[in-house]
Write a protein of this length. Structure first.
Length: 592
């Protein structure tokens, strides 16, 4: 009976004494037992998984590419590529925009290589190099003038394009032909088209600079004949036509620069003392831009000066000249003299007036002798005398011409607010705020006055006030978070690639391979139903035995009868007794 039971014991898959098949053989055998549709689906899935895994790996390892230049217009693309290839700099071309991309770490080196090779962006304007080309023998004067004008336009366009905020520029010159007739004389004109970078504009001063640049580059071209237009069609040159508004804008800019300069002086003197964000300073300047010219003339009466003097002295003496009526009778010689008849008569005659030129007689009738000459003194002839004197005096006079400088400071107003001083307790490290004392504020005031050039005669005012600052200082610009840094996203990209590969391997490939090598459906299909075995009290009738392994064992169905089932089990025991012993051992353990 025991032998019969031993012969009828079924075997169980996975006995300890059985040798498992190789992985490759089990995989191929299980794969061959699948239907064609499942095999194709499995192979396609495995291939897609492997392809996706490689794509993710390549994506995570792909470097960060940046455009070499914003645009390659004006550059020889083939020459650029050849230069990069010679320098062993990897590059790629964006298919949509056509931009040339290089690695971010090679960007600076690539630009240096291109600059060293003499490859640079050009604006496409033709300058005076057009004159270097050989001209034909039959070139007309019109073609020569046209070439010169084209070269001048290109040179001006290049110069204007070199200014800040200007991406490109074009210049059109209309230079009329010179004429010998005055009535046919026409002045040249110019038009300038500027293309600015996105989000940038030109200041009125820059527009005026362009107008002056073009006007002074063309003979007989005036500034009023230059027109400046941007790429949007806005007329820019009309901003400088109103001279009054232009002058007002310049005065406003000068005032702001003056205030900024004075404010910076105050900050430079207070920052080392108070520290950053511990004070605020503002300066308001009242400037006088009026042009004043004055002329003054002053006299000093206390210091007269002799300018000129004129003196005239006139003396005229008359002798015994001709007398009587002009003619022959008056020119007759005098008659003979008659002597007096007696002395008394002579004496009486001496008492009368003496004729001019006659000897002078004293009281005794004697001639008066001149002691100097020893000759008798004669009676003087009648004489006229006239003295005239003219003196011109000049007073001290001074003339001064004064022209007041524009932008004179009329008054300065400086306002400084200082936060409370912070004191740290060395014992516990606590910080407290204490107001500044009056002496300290006075010292700050003197510093600010000296920094801005305080002048009390102008009415300048400087106010330094101590007020505790509010804790809410307004919007504070935060630091750039680490997740916004480029290196962070590079690490995230690498981590995502690794994570995706792990999920693909352990979540897709491994379950599929395990399912192929050890299919659970085999265990379900290999279960056998045993029933009616002698010596086991009919308890094995409802038990199912799972048979699995490298070979498939077909058991008879329950409808084939007891003999067929018994023969199948006997053949199974004879083929693999270790399995049957293991099954019986498990049954015994279960019954216990």
């Amino acid at each position: 009976m025991a032998e019969a039971v031993a012969d009828n014991v079924p075997a169980k898959t996975g006995a300890t004494g059985s040798k498992p098949p190789m992985f490759g053989l089990a995989f191929l055998q299980n794969l061959s037992e699948m239907t064609m549709l499942r095999q194709v689906g499995l192979m396609v899935g495995l291939a897609a998984s492997v392809a996706i895994g490689f794509a993710v790996v390549l994506w995570s390892q792909q470097p960060d590419y940046k455009p070499l230049y914003g645009s390659l217009s004006g550059m020889d693309t083939k020459q650029v590529m050849d230069t990069l290839a010679q320098a062993d700099i990897p590059y790629t071309v964006e298919p949509n925009s056509g931009a040339l991309l290089v690695k971010s770490e090679d960007l600076a080196r690539a630009r240096i290589k291109l600059a060293g090779a003499g490859i640079a962006q050009t604006d496409g304007n033709v300058g005076f190099e057009i004159l270097d080309k050989d001209q034909g023998l039959g070139t007309s004067q019109f073609m020569e003038a046209t070439r010169y004008r084209r070269g001048l336009e290109g040179e001006l366009a290049r110069t204007i394009s070199s200014l800040n905020n200007i991406k490109a520029a074009r210049v059109h010159l209309a230079i009329p032909k010179s004429s010998v007739f005055v009535r046919d004389d026409r002045k040249p004109t110019a038009s300038v088209l500027v293309e600015m970078y996105a989000g940038r504009t030109l200041e009125p001063g820059q527009v005026m600079a362009i107008v002056n640049l073009v006007a002074t580059s063309v003979p007989e071209l005036t500034k009023s004949q230059v027109t400046v237009v941007d790429q949007k069609g806005n007329l820019l040159s009309d901003q400088v036509e109103n001279s009054e508004l232009t002058m007002a804008g310049k005065q406003f800019d000068y005032t702001r620069r003056m205030e900024t300069m004075l404010t910076q002086r105050v900050q430079n003197i207070l920052q080392p003392v108070l520290g950053n964000d511990r004070y605020k300073a503002e300066v308001s300047a009242d400037l006088d831009f009026s042009a004043v010219e004055s002329t003054a003339e002053s006299f000093n009466p206390d210091q007269p000066a002799l300018r000129s003097e004129q003196t005239t002295t006139e003396q005229r003496s008359s002798g015994s000249g001709p007398q009587g009526v002009p003619g022959a009778l008056s020119n007759q010689p005098p008659g003979p003299a008659t002597a007096p008849q007696n002395a008394t008569a002579a004496a009486g005659g001496a008492a009368g007036p003496i004729a001019p030129g006659q000897p002078l007689l004293d009281a005794n009738g004697q001639q008066i002798m001149d002691p100097a000459t020893g000759q008798p003194m004669l009676a003087p002839y009648p004489a006229d005398k006239r003295n005239q004197s003219t003196k011109n005096f000049e007073l001290d006079r001074s003339i001064s011409h004064t022209k007041q400088q524009q932008g004179k400071i009329n008054r300065l107003s400086v306002a400084v607010v200082v936060d409370d001083q912070v004191k740290v307790n060395p014992a516990n490290g606590e910080t407290t705020t204490v107001p500044w004392t009056a002496d300290q504020l006075a010292r700050f005031t003197r510093l600010v006055q000296d920094a801005v050039g305080f002048d009390a005669s102008r009415g300048d005012s400087v106010s330094v006030i101590n007020v505790p600052f509010s804790t809410d200082r307004g919007e504070v610009i935060p630091d750039i978070p680490f997740y916004s840094q480029p290196w962070f996203w590079d690490i995230v990209k690498q981590a995502m690639g690794v994570l995706f590969i792990l999920v693909l391997v352990f979540g897709v490939l491994r379950p599929v391979l395990n399912n192929i090598t050890n299919p659970k459906s085999k265990h379900a299909d290999g279960d056998v139903e045993l029933g009616g075995m002698v010596g086991l009290d009919g308890e094995l009738a409802n038990d199912r035995v799972s048979l699995g392994g490298p070979q498939s064992i077909l058991l008879p169905s329950p409808s084939e009868g007891y003999d067929a089932q018994l023969n199948a089990i006997k053949s199974l025991v004879a083929e693999d007794p270790a399995r049957v012993a293991q099954v019986v051992k498990e049954w015994i353990n279960t019954d216990e």
